[in-house]
Design a protein around this ligand. Sequence first.
Ligand code: UD1
Ligand code: UDP
Length: 392
Amino acid sequence: MSKVQGPKSKHANGHWTLDFWTLDIGHFWMLKVINVVGARPNFIKVAPLVEAMKRREREFTPLLVHTGQHYDPNMTEAFVRDLDLPQPDLHLNVGSGSHAAQTAAVMERFEPVVLREKPDWVLVVGDVNSTLACALVCVKLGVKVAHVEAGLRSHDRTMPEEINRVLTDQISDLLFTPSRDADDNLRAEGIPQERIRFVGNIMIDSLFKQLARSKDSTIREELGISDKDYAVLTLHRPSNVDEPKTFQGILDALEEIGRRIPIVFPVHPRTRKMIADFGLDERIENVSGLRVIEPLGYLDFLGLYSQARLVLTDSGGIQEETTVLGIPCLTLRENTERPITVEMGTNTIVGTDPGKIITEAFAALDGSKKWNHKVPPLWDGHTADRILAALS
Ligand code: UD1
Ligand code: UDP
């Protein structure tokens, strides 16, 4: 809680002295905070922040602004419901578009919101187009913006998210990092230490909060796999699903792995679109053991992957969640912005070569590959509280 300490003072008549006063301003100085969500992983990161602000309602007035970057109910509303988020106060309805069109639309629609609401802080999370667009609006208006999940770097500038990360970090006033390597990345880019706060991983606040509830999910019964070993797959990186050769190579690997163990594949809308564009529907239907389903809400997905033998993914967040739960994770990318999940967790970067994917998957399933896994420092479920302490 913020405190203001007064100077020693003397009454004008000189008869008495007021030596010391301390005014607890926590109850008087209310901070208005705009929390931005746009794409699926943003809901998971913002939910614990809004919840913590509501708990401290005499200090914080949270507003929730949804840019509308994602809009399918199973990419948005399902998360509002599962994570106990309030309905967004404002919806900007930007929808899909090219990077420039989407980023510009968010900026154009977010600017009047900031001008009208005059927040003390704007919180942006992660690395999606909405993150950069809203941070840019704030810095141009001179409104304070804090970036949650700052400092992650894949050092691969062909990734749209890497550009969003680098630029958002350069212009944000406060940078909340999930791991010490992120602090190092920021300092290496010339960002002064006083803007950096190591607070831990906000996604893990949601994971710990919802883990018990996810046990009630009936998804495994619905899929008929409650008594089976199975793997879970997610794919949505443009470098995998927008490139037909890479995508088909991954399918080659899945054909082998699917003969050994059922693979449940909740398909991201980008991936669904690319499957249709490349005419891959029939090929995918014929991959034995591959179970293609719609994207799942947070609780069903957690209920599913938390019991899996193996996860194959190109998602950022899933690398972190599997690390905390100790589930073997093969990341189908050439790099990661989350190296701590490899150093301390259960993540292996396998790339997209089919032979390598098969070898690593079988090693994980055989138990011949072992991890000495630990939960990274401050991935403890209390990151939102540390962020609020730094804002107040
Ligand atoms: C975005 C983020 C990515 C993040 C991912 C999380 C950027 C540049 N990318 O990728 O970092 O990991 O979200 O899931 O911000 N679509 C729908 N319905 C939706 C949303 C998207 O059909 O609700 C389809 C549209 O065809 C759209 C495509 O998916 O063009 C891509 O959506 P977009 O938000 O541009 O990027 P994502 O691949 O979802
Ligand atoms: N997720 C989910 N349902 C799914 C797939 C993923 O709830 O069908 C969750 C997952 O547990 C994680 C987050 O979505 O919390 C990751 O989002 P995504 O992979 O879309 O984005 P990234 O983390 O790569 O930016």
